[in-house]
Design a protein around this ligand. Structure first.
Ligand code: ADP
Ligand code: MG
Length: 251
C-alpha cells in the first residue's frame, strides 16, 4: 500500500489524447526514472499528478498510499505528501522565497498551531547552504529573474523544506551545467530514504549517473513500454529510442 500507484491512466488535453493507458508503481523507499523523447507525455503525467486544470483524466486512477488523489485540489495533494518540481518553474513576482515556503509549511500545520520563525529560518538557511544558494535569495521573489540553474535549485530547496512522501522531479537536469547538476543531484540524493518515493523524469542518461535509480521506465506516446534496472538507461543512450518505439507500435 505504501506506494504511488498510477493505474491505466488515460488523459487528454482538449480532444487530443496524450496519456494512453499508463501504469506505474513507485514504492516508498525507491527512486524511479522515467525516460522518453520530447513529446512522449512525461510533463503531462507530472502535471496531471499535481492537479493541473488543463488536462482531463478520461479513465484510470492515481493512488497515494492506497487513496485516489484525482478528485483533490492541488494544495490538498500537496498536504497529503505529494511534491512536483516543474520542468519550467513559474515566476511569482512579489512573493519572496522565504514567505512562499513558509506559507506552504504553515498550511500543513493543524489549525491553531503556531509557526516557529527562528527554527524555520535555521532550517531554511541550512538547506540553502547545502544547495549552495546564497542566503540573499530568501528575500528574492520566487524564480523572478533567476537563471535556469537557480530555478532548479529553488525547486529542490522547496522539496527539502516540505519533506514530501512522494516527489516527482520533471527534467530537473534541463539547462544545468555540470556543477549545478552535481549540486542538484546531491540535494536529491540527500532526500532519498525508506519513507520517500521519488520519480525522476529525464530524457538524458547523464542525470542518472548522479541520481542512480532503482528502476527505469521508458515512455513512448503516453505509455510505459518497458521497465528495467539502471542499465536500461545506458541502452537508451547507446541505441536511441527507436527500438522502444517499435515496442509501442507492436502493442
Ligand atoms: P514531454 O514532457 O515528454 O516532452 P509533454 O507532456 O510536454 O511531453 O507533451 C506531450 C504531448 O502533449 C506533446 O505532443 C505536446 O505537444 C502535447 N501537449 C502538452 N501540453 C499541451 C497543451 N497545453 N496544449 C496542446 N498540446 C499539448
Ligand atoms: Mg517535459
Amino acid at each position: 500500500m505504501s506506494c504511488l500507484s498510477i493505474q491505466n491512466l488515460h488523459a487528454s488535453i482538449g480532444d487530443q489524447p496524450i496519456l494512453q493507458g499508463l501504469s506505474l508503481e513507485i514504492p516508498k523507499g525507491e527512486v524511479h526514472a522515467i525516460m522518453g523523447k520530447n513529446g512522449s507525455g512525461k510533463s503531462t503525467l507530472a502535471k496531471i499528478m499535481a492537479g493541473h486544470p488543463a488536462y482531463t483524466v478520461t479513465s484510470g486512477d492515481v493512488l497515494l498510499d492506497g487513496e485516489s488523489i484525482l478528485g483533490l485540489e492541488p494544495d490538498e495533494r500537496s498536504r497529503r505528501g505529494l511534491f512536483l518540481a516543474f520542468q519550467y518553474p513559474m515566476e511569482i513576482p512579489g512573493v519572496s522565497i522565504a514567505n512562499f515556503i513558509r506559507a506552504a509549511l504553515q498550511a500543513r500545520l493543524p489549525e491553531g498551531e503556531e509557526f516557529e520563525a527562528v527554527e524555520y529560518y535555521g532550517r531554511l538557511y541550512k538547506k540553502m547552504d547545502s544547495l549552495l544558494i546564497d542566503r540573499k535569495f530568501t528575500s528574492r521573489s520566487v524564480n523572478d529573474g533567476f537563471s535556469g540553474g537557480e530555478k532548479k535549485r529553488c525547486e529542490i530547496l522547496q522539496m527539502a523544506m516540505l519533506e514530501p512522501k512522494y516527489a516527482v522531479l520533471d527534467e530537473t537536469d534541463s539547462g544545468l551545467d555540470i556543477d549545478a547538476l552535481r549540486i542538484v543531484s546531491e540535494g536529491v540524493n540527500a532526500m532519498r530514504g525508506k519513507d520517500r518515493g521519488m520519480v525522476v523524469i529525464t530524457h538524458y542518461q547523464r542525470l542518472l549517473e548522479y541520481i542512480v535509480p532503482d528502476r527505469v521506465h521508458v515512455m513512448v506516446a503516453g505509455q510505459i513500454v518497458m521497465s528495467g534496472d539502471k542499465d536500461l538507461a545506458l541502452r537508451l543512450e547507446s541505441e536511441g529510442y527507436d527500438w522502444a518505439e517499435d515496442l509501442r507500435n507492436s502493442k
